[in-house]
Ligand binder design. Structure first.
Ligand SMILES: C[S@@+](CC[C@H](N)C(=O)[O-])C[C@H]1O[C@@H](n2cnc3c(N)ncnc32)[C@H](O)[C@@H]1O
Length: 270
C-alpha cells in the first residue's frame, strides 16, 4: 500500500490548469538533452514532460496517479503528441524500456515512505542503462513553510492545526474556480514524516460542483541522507548542488539537486 497522496480528482485538474511553468523546466532539460531516452518519474500532468516532447526530445512519463496521467495524455494529444505514459508507483517501477536519464522533480518523499523511497532508488537504478544518470531535486526540511518548528515536542503539541477559512480562488481558462486548502495534522520526527490534510474545491458559475479531501504524507530528508541512500543503491559520482544553479550548496539553499550515475560497466551491486 502506497502512502497517501493528494494528486487526484480536483487537485489533478488544478495541477493541469495552473502548474505549467517554472525554472525547473529549463534546468532538467539540459540533463535530458545530454542523455536520451529519458524518463520523467512522477511526471504529474506533464509540466516538464510536455515542453520536452514539444521540442522532439525522447521522454517517457510515469506517475502513480491515473488522474494526473490522464490529464497529461489529454494535453499531449491536443498538441498531436503521443507520449508513452505509465501509471505506476515509483517503488514498483517496471517499464519495458531502459533510459540514459531518469529525472524526478518535486517527488522524493511525496506520498511515499522511507522504505518505498529506498526501493524507488533501486527501481531507478534497474531502469537506467549502464552509465546512465539519475537527477532529482528535493526541498530541505528546514525550508520556510515545511514545519521545522513542529519537530520539538512543544511544536507537535500544537497539532493538528485548525482548518483554514475560505481563501483565494484560482480561475481556470474556462472560468472554473478552484481553491486548495491544507493544514498539518501530524509530524512524526522518528519517521521524518509530516501528514497534511488537503482539501480541493471546484466551482462552476458560482456553484460548488466538486470537493475532495485527501491526506498527503511527505517524508523529509537531509542532504547527506539522500547522498547515502543513492550510494547504497549502487550509484556512483553522487553530487548535491544548489538548485538550480549547480553551485556548491550553502545553508541558504532551500532546494538541492542530486545527480547520480549508474556505473558504466560492472554492476556496483553485483
Ligand atoms: C509535486 S508533484 C510533481 C509533478 C511533476 N514532477 C512536476 O514537477 O510538475 C508530485 C507528483 O508525484 C506523484 N507521486 C506521488 N507519489 C508517487 C509514487 N509513489 N509514485 C509515483 N509518483 C508519485 C504525484 O501523483 C504527483 O504527480
Amino acid at each position: 500500500m502506497t502512502a497517501p497522496t493528494w494528486h487526484h480528482g480536483v487537485t489533478a485538474r488544478w495541477w493541469a490548469e495552473f502548474n505549467t511553468s517554472g525554472p525547473e523546466i529549463e534546468y532538467f532539460r539540459r540533463h535530458v538533452e545530454a542523455g536520451q531516452p529519458a524518463l520523467d518519474l512522477a511526471c504529474g500532468t506533464g509540466r516538464l514532460l510536455l515542453p520536452y516532447l514539444r521540442d522532439g526530445l525522447d521522454v517517457d512519463g510515469c506517475d502513480v496517479s491515473a488522474d494526473m496521467i490522464e490529464l497529461c495524455r489529454e494535453a499531449a494529444e491536443r498538441e498531436g503528441l503521443a507520449p508513452r505514459l505509465y501509471t505506476q508507483p515509483k517503488h514498483q517501477l517496471d517499464l519495458p524500456r531502459r533510459y540514459r536519464t531518469i529525472f524526478m522533480c518535486g517527488a522524493l518523499g511525496v506520498g511515499s515512505t522511507r522504505a518505498e523511497d529506498v526501493q524507488s532508488l533501486d527501481r531507478v537504478y534497474e531502469h537506467l542503462e549502464p552509465g546512465g544518470r539519475f537527477v532529482l531535486d528535493n526541498e530541505v526540511p528546514y525550508a520556510e513553510g515545511n514545519g521545522w518548528e513542529l519537530w520539538p515536542s512543544e511544536g507537535r503539541r500544537t497539532l493538528p492545526r485548525a482548518r483554514r477559512p475560505a481563501g483565494k480562488r484560482d480561475v481556470g481558462a474556462d472560468g472554473t474556480e478552484y481553491e486548495l486548502r491544507s493544514r498539518v495534522l501530524d509530524l512524526d520526527p522518528l519517521e521524518q514524516r509530516i501528514t497534511r490534510e488537503m482539501q480541493a474545491f471546484m466551482w462552476r458559475d458560482g456553484e460548488l460542483v466538486a470537493a475532495d479531501e485527501q491526506l498527503l504524507t511527505l517524508t523529509l530528508y537531509l542532504k547527506d541522507e539522500i547522498v547515502l541512500m543513492l550510494e547504497r543503491a549502487g550509484f556512483v559520482e553522487v553530487t548535491a548542488r544548489a538548485a538550480l544553479t549547480d553551485a556548491e550548496p550553502t545553508a541558504a539553499d532551500d532546494f538541492l539537486v542530486y545527480t547520480a550515475r549508474r556505473p558504466p560497466s560492472a554492476d556496483a551491486r553485483a
